[in-house]
Write a protein that binds this ligand. Structure first.
Ligand code: ADP
Length: 485
């Protein structure tokens, strides 16, 4: 249990403005991945509680939909201020349940605040259209309206900011929500309930349930009161939710898996590429859907890049996220470590050469060494499978065409990165890569102003940017006749 009570650590669910337990009283333990100790518990809710949360959201929607855009914008500004005023407490909670370093956790809370501020601004810009009418006596008007109750299901790797991208546009649009945070990291999700209370957001606008993922998910996907599902997580679960949501034709947005390539051409600034590679690979211990999964490096700079990447990787400070100066925390759990071990073993069996790390960290638990594997080949499992850990396989290529073909040889299409100083090549490659987001000479590109999302099996819809609110709005066409003229 936490030594000093964190004011944002709620061990209950929020339904219709009341903090409640599961009907059965059942609870689930939440564990600190840095030491395996139990931090606290959360209610193990299921179908019945979820249905009540949806009803509470629907009830709140009846009045919330009538608030003005300016009122909702002000609520979001207060929410933004509450996040920043309490950044340290929220970051501490995040690190304790998730494992990432305190610096990264503070960064995530800052990102949550930035998304909320962005949507506070976008709330006032959900413009419709007045269209030149083809009829002399009629007017043609298009308006935007909130879709209604939305359901948000979020993962454990960014337990705060993934909700910011969903709660932010929902409130901006005038929607109410039922939120299900990941079971491993529920407190950063439940904290949104406390923040909402502080910001004066009306009861029932945000409802939060934790517990049995399948049961809660089924209710969210099949209950006709829910008009939209927004999900961030794995592609297999995303597909399952898409199927379930089809029964009541809900809107869906899906931020799913990635298999990011990182291309380094002979003409690149190698030091800049290595710097970008460190962020694109090791952020959150490699546990992000935009983390580089595959490095493709042109033959002329291959050895130099591998050497520099290995050196920088070995220099990373690994430890519990709360410790001063730590750059890489533990992986989320034992299963994640086993998956990484399996991929590393497969690579070495297929001729991969470990040039940094390669095994569990001496700290034990779910800590893993930052790892670089040279001589990677497309036969290896990480050509297709998401690593979700601190392992950098480096493939060699000869030509631009070969690099593009390798980079696109995946069913995923979320983020990709490439480094070159040739302007012509930059535009050619940018055009050929089949991805929703491209970093050119940059390894960290996420920002609230830009649309985040993927193509192919990486998802549907965009979060952030002016696009980020669209999925929370219905378009209504109104034709007004009999006006004379
Ligand atoms: P990850 O590999 O990141 O854990 P998941 O897709 O399994 O990815 O989990 C993302 C979110 O989806 C979490 O909140 C998890 O609890 C939830 N989830 C898992 N299975 C289901 C399901 N069958 N229905 C609804 N949500 C689910």
């Amino acid at each position: 249990m936490l030594q000093n009570a964190n004011p944002y650590m709620k061990q209950a669910n929020l339904i219709g403005g009341k903090w409640v337990e599961a009907d059965s009283g059942a609870k689930i333990d939440v564990v600190n991945p840095a030491n395996g100790k139990v931090l606290g518990t959360i209610p193990k809710c299921g179908q019945a509680e979820t249905a009540r949360a949806i009803e509470a959201a629907q009830k709140a929607f009846e009045s919330f939909r009538k608030t003005t855009a300016l009122e909702r914008s002000k609520m979001l500004r207060k929410l933004h201020d509450a996040l920043l005023d309490n950044q340290d407490s929220l970051a501490e909670l995040l690190t304790l349940e998730q494992g990432k370093s305190l610096a990264e956790a503070k960064g995530e809370i800052g990102a949550s605040a930035a998304y909320v501020l962005w949507f506070a601004e976008e709330a006032r810009r959900t413009y419709g259209d007045v269209i030149p009418s083809p009829w002399a006596d009629r007017r043609v008007i298009v308006t935007k309206e909130p879709v209604g109750v939305i359901a948000a299901i979020t993962p454990w790797n960014f337990p705060s900011s993934m909700l910011a991208r969903k709660i932010g546009p929902a409130i901006a649009a005038g929607c109410t929500s039922v939120v299900k945070p990941a079971t491993q990291t529920p407190y950063s999700g439940l904290a949104w309930g406390v923040l909402a209370e502080e910001a004066g957001i009306p009861a029932g606008v945000i409802n939060i349930v934790t517990g049995a993922a399948g049961e809660i998910g089924d209710e969210l996907c099949t209950n006709p009161l829910v008009k939209k599902i927004t999900f961030t997580g794995s592609t297999p679960i995303g597909k399952l939710l898409l199927e379930k949501a089809a029964g009541t034709v809900k809107k869906v947005s899906m931020e799913l898996g990635g298999n990011a390539p990182f291309l380094v051409f002979d003409d690149a600034d190698i030091d800049r590429a290595v710097e970008g590679a460190m962020t694109a690979k090791y952020r959150n211990s490699g546990q992000t859907c935009v983390c580089t999964n595959r490095f493709f490096v042109q033959a002329g700079v291959y050895d130099a890049f591998v050497e520099k990447l290995a050196k920088a990787s070995k220099a990373l400070k690994v430890g519990p996220g709360v410790d001063e100066g730590v750059q890489q925390g533990p992986l989320i759990d034992e299963k994640a470590v086993e998956k990484v071990e399996e991929l590393v073993a497969d690579a070495t069996q297929n001729g991969g050469k470990i040039v940094a790390g390669g095994k569990r960290h001496a700290l034990g638990g779910s800590f893993f060494e930052p790892t670089v594997i040279a001589d990677a080949t497309p036969k290896m499992k990480f050509m297709k499978e998401e690593i979700f850990g601190p392992v950098a396989p480096v493939f060699r290529f000869e030509t631009e065409e070969e690099a593009i073909a390798l980079a696109n040889d995946t069913e995923y299409g979320l983020a990709c990165y490439f480094y070159t100083s040739d302007l012509g090549r930059a535009f050619r490659v940018m055009g050929e890569l089949k991805y929703g987001m491209v970093g050119v000479n940059e390894g960290l590109i996420t920002t609230p102003e830009a649309p985040f999302g993927g193509v192919k099996e990486s998802g549907l819809g965009r979060e952030g940017g002016h696009q980020g609110i669209e999925d929370y709005l219905d378009t209504k066409y109104v034709c007004i006749g009999g006006l004379g003229g």
